[in-house]
Design a protein around this ligand. Structure first.
Ligand SMILES: CC(C)(COP(=O)(O)OP(=O)(O)OC[C@H]1O[C@@H](n2cnc3c(N)ncnc32)[C@H](O)[C@@H]1OP(=O)(O)O)[C@@H](O)C(=O)NCCC(=O)NCCS
Length: 151
């Protein structure tokens, strides 16, 4: 593991969580609640010290064909000038925590099979490619989540 990630700190701040690494300090703020049609969802914003938004991720609780629920990262974006500072990594961790808090034990995302940056990010965080969607050049990445208090 590289040294920058070893110095990563997380603490609670106001409505969000403050993430600090060797190079930057930013806030992942909780915004926007659920949607009656889409089910429960949340948008997380990362902000820099001036309050400027540097990135976001949107998470939702979904159900598969058998009715089993899973957490979906529907979008993640980091502004180009703020990339490679582990902001997407922080958004991913915050989204997973939210999913665990909502009793979900699997996290999923879909992306283009050409989006190597995003695929790397998820694979480093323990996700595996579990499906290649036929004809769409899309893949599904998934990871089991540990339930709080689970034996
Ligand atoms: C994919 C995306 C979200 C990644 O955002 P990011 O904030 O740059 O991601 P991270 O910083 O967490 O990780 C990116 C890389 O920076 C590296 N990195 C992170 N912090 C670092 C640091 N302090 N110093 C050096 N390298 C660092 C990571 O190891 C990773 O390296 P790798 O690509 O070689 O594996 C961003 O590129 C993006 O918004 N792309 C366009 C939108 C998109 O494709 N969204 C997905 C579909 S919805």
């Amino acid at each position: 593991m590289e040294s920058w990630s070893m110095s990563f700190l997380i603490s609670e701040v106001l409505l969000g969580r403050e993430y600090t690494n060797a190079q930057s300090k930013f806030l992942v703020r909780d915004r926007i609640g659920g949607d009656a049609h889409q089910g429960i969802g949340q948008t997380f914003l990362s902000e820099n010290e001036d309050g400027g938004v540097t990135g976001h991720t949107i998470v939702r609780i979904e159900h598969d064909d058998s009715g089993k629920q899973f957490g979906l990262f529907s979008t993640t974006f980091v502004a180009p000038e703020f990339r490679r500072q582990a902001i997407a990594d922080s958004l991913l961790r915050r989204g997973e925590t939210w999913m665990v808090e909502h009793g979900v034990n699997e996290a999923v995302t879909y992306t283009s099979d050409a989006n190597t940056k995003l695929i790397n990010l998820y694979e480093i965080n323990g996700y595996k490619i579990v499906e290649v969607l036929p004809g769409k050049k899309m893949i599904k990445l998934a990871k089991p989540l540990l339930r709080v208090g689970a034996p």
